[in-house]
Design a protein around this ligand. Structure first.
Ligand code: BV8
Length: 239
């Protein structure tokens, strides 16, 4: 089946790669639904990645993000990320990366124009709309940091469950999905919407790349059971 997909890719003029946490697994980043360790072992990520959880337990949620940030800072893009970026280099404008990941690894691998639907874990934003005092005063210390004047908290610049996705990135991703000839759906369980919905609304052929069954297998024209780090170089290499 890999050879068939390679022939589809050779013919495809416009390709979208929709990636999830599994794309970064071989870099050493735990997938989103991996059991949490340590302090967070008794919580599901979905319970933590919400505004309500942050407001209820700001320090605990902040520390969860700090722990993830520190882990991500120590890893490198893997062969899958690099194969995608190399393909984009050789074929400018032909492949658009749409990612659910917040780890920035596609960008660090050199992929241009990455549409990051769920934000960026390395960045922060104000929890409540910034007031004049917030912009003026550097966040005070503390976990999470806060405005020294009004107490507004800093929060990770990621999209939490129940929050809208960034409109620009989502619109561009929807346009790319509607226009593409082929969508590679890599390393995602396909459970989180609206991102997973892109694989159901695309005009193009859908190819799922995942070592395990996913919620999008039924929407696929081809399912390749394997890892991003091994299959993407095989699929996207010019050899
Ligand atoms: C929205 C950032 C609407 C945070 C993430 C109630 C209220 C509102 C919305 C909802 C609701 N109920 C349901 C919804 C919709 C909800 C949703 O989809 N919930 C799910 C759980 C059912 N969606 C939302 O809330 C979205 N917003 O709908 O807003 C709205 C409208 C108007 C006004 C207001 C609101 C927001 C969703 C974004 C959530 N944020 N991340 C953070 O990171 O802390 S999502 C999070 O899940 C990660 O970003 C992750 O990428 C993403 C998806 O998970 P996967 O990537 O698929 O990861 P997972 O671990 O599941 O799977 C990994 C896969 O990799 C596995 O299949 C594994 O087999 C595979 N794998 C492993 N190793 C490899 C591999 N594959 C390849 N190679 C390998 N080596």
């Amino acid at each position: 089946m890999t050879e068939v997909v390679r022939s589809w890719l050779r013919q495809a003029r416009r390709i979208v790669l929709l990636s999830g946490a599994g794309m970064s697994a071989e870099s050493g980043v735990p997938i989103f639904r991996d059991a949490q360790a340590g302090l967070w072992a008794n919580f599901r990520p979905e319970d933590f990645a919400t505004e309500a959880a942050f407001r209820a337990r700001p320090a605990m949620v902040w520390d969860w993000y700090q722990m993830r940030r520190e882990a991500i800072a120590k890893v490198e893009p893997n062969a899958g990320h690099l194969a995608v970026a190399a393909f984009q280099q050789r074929h400018p404008g032909r492949l658009t990366v749409v990612t659910q990941n917040v780890d920035g690894l596609h960008q660090r691998a050199g992929s241009p124009g990455v549409l990051a639907l769920h934000g960026n874990i390395a960045a922060d934003q104000w929890l409540d709309p910034a007031r004049a005092c917030c912009e003026a005063s550097l966040p005070g210390g503390g976990q999470p940091p806060s405005c020294a004047t009004c107490g507004n908290l800093r929060r990770p610049a990621v999209v939490w469950f129940g929050e809208m996705l960034p409109q620009r990135e989502l619109a561009l991703a929807q346009q790319a999905a509607a226009a593409c000839d082929l969508m590679l759906v890599v390393g995602t369980s396909g459970l989180v919407y609206p991102a997973a919905g892109l694989a159901r609304s695309t005009r193009g052929k859908v190819v799922v790349v995942n070592p395990e069954a996913t919620d999008l297998d039924d929407a696929a024209d081809a399912v390749l059971r394997g890892s991003a780090g091994s299959l993407l170089p095989a699929l996207l290499g010019d050899g």
